[in-house]
Design a protein around this ligand. Structure first.
Ligand SMILES: O=C(O)CCC(=O)C(=O)O
Ligand SMILES: [Fe+2]
Length: 256
């Protein structure tokens, strides 16, 4: 078994078309997926793997708690506006197709594509979610990047979170709240160029209250994206908890 897909609901015809327009994938049956229970909390984990890809997926919060956390974040989180909500590509300024915020330990900074985003101090809700992730995984985090997608038009393009200031021993822990969205991994050798290889993408759905761990070396070999899904009418908040090594701090994610 080398590929997984995790689906939580039946798709409409339009959604099926959107999936089919991306490359096909091999599906596995739920019962083929390994369930890991090696972390401190007895929540069931699904492991999915491919060449150079190692991720763990779980439902961290039940619907009631996920709803509550989503609503609290809608009250609490202050997103960047103005120049801080834009990126620079070859000297031109572009608006990011989503809203972003960064929180974390004092003095931490996140930089990409010409913007430098200072971490705001943790809020109580963010501390609560961070601590739940730590309890479930055994890993500690000093920074979170928050992306808010107002509907299915908001998205994030293919990129890797492979910056040298991220501690490779610590997975990137991605918590999703709100609308279910598709999430796609593509191997770097399956993208473009003369050495392009036939490696199937890995597609999954990130559910309300879910936790996805991207373990080393996933972000070395695989790009990921949250594509446009026009049928999605409701918002989603994603929190990627990270561990930044302070004295290595320089840049953040690179958008390509
Ligand atoms: O919204 C997501 O699920 C992904 C966000 C992401 O890739 C990132 O913050 O680097
Ligand atoms: Fe990312």
């Amino acid at each position: 078994m080398d590929k997984f897909v995790i689906r939580h609901r039946k798709r409409s015809a339009v959604e099926e078309d959107e999936w089919k327009s991306e490359e096909p994938i091999k599906k596995c049956q739920e019962d083929e997926c390994e369930v890991e229970e090696e972390f401190s909390q007895p929540i069931p984990w699904q492991k999915f793997e491919a060449e150079g890809l190692d991720c763990d997926y779980s439902l961290l919060f039940d619907k009631e708690e996920a709803d509550r956390l989503f609503n609290q974040l809608e009250e609490e989180v202050v997103y960047f506006t103005g120049d801080k909500a834009k990126i620079q590509v070859y000297g031109k300024s572009y608006s990011v197709p989503r809203k972003q915020a960064t929180y974390g330990d004092e003095g931490l900074m996140y930089s990409f594509s010409g913007v430098h985003l200072q971490a705001k101090p943790w809020t109580p809700t963010l501390e609560h979610i961070r601590d739940a992730v730590t309890k479930a995984t055994g890993h500690t985090f000093n920074f979170v990047l928050i992306n808010r997608y107002k509907n299915g038009h908001d998205h994030i393009g293919e990129h890797r979170d492979d910056e040298r200031e991220l501690d490779p021993a610590c997975p990137i822990a991605s918590v999703s709240l709100g609308a279910v969205r598709d999430f796609i991994f593509r191997h770097k050798d399956a993208r473009t160029g003369s050495s392009k290889r036939q490696i199937e993408p890995v597609k999954l759905e990130l559910a309300h209250g879910s936790l996805l761990l991207m373990n080393y070396p996933t972000n070395t070999y695989w790009y990921h994206s949250l594509p446009v899904r026009k049928k999605v009418k409701t918002p989603r908040i994603n929190l990627t908890f990270r561990r930044i090594v302070k004295n290595r701090q320089k840049t953040g994610i690179k958008m390509e």
